[in-house]
Write a protein that binds this ligand. Structure first.
Ligand code: IMP
Length: 441
């Protein structure tokens, strides 16, 4: 049975939202497996424009079950507001299911996120300030609050208030914070969490049963490989694992179920927040990429740092995730450039590196080694087949494939839904499960 995992191959914001939205047509279940409302994407359809941070984009199709998996951290007030917005615009949210094991972001997490960033000063991570890191830290420290806890409303309230008081004491004493608003904030969070009760389910069982009925499952990661807590540019990372391996943990299904893993990469690179970025451009080309590509954060509105495509980092993402296909997004953003540079190696103290260096201290100092390719200098947004692309664009894509050795499955050539090219490559939903050991029935 086909299960497709969709993973960001760079530092997030690769255009996963659009790809997932397109792939939803071939799915019965869409599962988000990590992250929280640090992620965000805009979906534009006949019902209007929607900014989604937590609800999977499968929600617009009434035949799809949209799951927020156990690996996600949920700010209940944000999820409540998202559901209310969808319902008020006639999008039925009955297909939404939330894993009972998912952890809740609480007001103290958000406060701590801001406090810790402020204390780091120039060494700050540049987080989205949504409480993501402190919530995952509490989860690992076994001090978290899970959404299933609302099944016992009295116990839930006691647990929230007791945890809040303990956290407030630390924040007031150690960090000199004004914690007077926390109690009232917690009331709002408790109310929002309780309102989500109808959506809670045993989602891992639901997925398991659906797979036994030969349903098709799309597992959707947030952020990207280079922001992965274990495999990214630590400590300038998010606090969860966007990589494909975590799709199993964050949804509750065994990895042997996966039939395909697709990596999403822009035709260039962007990064939000602090941390090393070897191909970053601080010249006019960087400004051009930001403006043409509208590179401003969906969640925080921050301008994104822009640079050339980094094939060393992309090869790394291929290896860490085991990509079987690539989706290249925003190819049209390069339409006006005379020449396009691509980083194929790094240089460190005169030595050429084909792989990401094993130590972060070295990664911050590597210089990119570029190859330069001619631009195509024409508008490709109306193109719907690879053959109709300008030869220079085809050469650019072939160059990428030659270097990363993964076939391209999809190319996005514009922001609109229809502005994409499906590359003849076996449709994941039709794939037989023969690529891996058979599943026990
Ligand atoms: P946090 O996830 O809010 O803790 O932020 C940690 C780092 O991940 C920061 O550099 C953020 O800018 C970055 N980050 C988090 N979520 C996203 C995303 O969805 N897209 C791009 N960067 C992100």
């Amino acid at each position: 049975m086909p299960v497709l995992v969709v993973v960001g191959a760079q530092w997030g914001d690769e255009g996963k939202g659009k790809v997932t939205d397109l792939l939803c047509e071939q799915a019965d279940l869409v599962v988000r497996y990590q992250g929280g409302n640090n992620a965000g994407h805009t979906v534009e359809n006949l019902r209007g424009k929607f900014a989604l941070h937590l609800v999977p984009s499968g929600i617009f199709n009434p035949n799809i079950i949209s799951i927020i998996g156990n690996g996600v951290v949920i700010d209940p007030t944000v999820l409540r507001a998202e559901i209310d917005d969808l319902e008020s615009r006639n999008v039925n949210t009955r297909g939404l299911k939330i894993a009972g094991k998912a952890h809740l972001i609480m007001p103290w997490h958000i406060m701590l996120d801001h406090v810790q960033e402020a204390r780091l000063g120039v060494g700050k991570i540049g987080t989205t300030g949504r409480g993501i890191g402190p919530c995952y830290a509490d989860k690992a420290a076994r001090q978290g609050v899970r959404i299933q806890d609302i099944i016992d409303p009295v116990g839930f309230r006691q647990k929230v208030m007791a945890t809040m008081e303990a956290k407030a004491e630390v924040m007031a004493k150690a960090y000199d914070q004004d914690v007077s608003s926390l109690k009232e904030e917690c009331e709002r969070y408790i109310e929002a969490a309780e309102s989500l009760r109808p959506y809670i389910d045993d989602t891992a069982l639901l997925i398991w049963n659906s797979l036994r009925e030969d349903k098709r499952v799309l597992l959707e990661g947030a952020q990207g490989t280079m922001l992965d807590l274990d495999h990214g540019t630590y400590p300038y990372v998010t606090s969860s694992n966007p990589v494909a391996g975590y799709a199993s943990v964050g949804s509750g299904i065994g990895p042997i179920e996966f039939s395909e893993v697709w990596g999403i990469t822009k035709a260039y690179t962007t990064r939000v927040g602090e941390g090393p970025f070897p191909t970053e451009l601080s010249d006019d080309t960087g400004v051009c990429l930001r403006e043409v590509g509208n590179e401003f954060g969906t969640t925080t509105g921050r301008p994104r740092r822009c640079g050339w495509l980094d094939l060393v980092a992309l090869r790394y993402a291929v290896r860490i995730n085991g990509f079987t296909g690539l989706c290249i997004t925003k190819l049209d953003v390069l339409d006006t450039l005379d020449t396009i540079k691509v980083c194929t190696q790094y240089k460190y103290k005169g030595e050429l590196l084909d792989e990401l260096p094993p130590a972060q201290a070295i990664f911050t100092e590597v210089e990119p080694v570029y190859e330069e390719l001619p631009g195509w200098k024409s508008d490709i947004t109306g193109t719907r087949s690879v053959q109709d692309l300008p030869q220079e664009a085809i050469d650019y894509l072939n160059f990428i494939v030659r270097h990363v050795r993964v076939p391209i499955s999809l190319i996005s050539v514009g922001p609109k839904r229809e502005e994409h090219i499906k590359v003849p490559h076996p449709d994941y939903s039709q794939r037989a499960s023969g690529g891996h050991a058979g599943r026990q029935q």
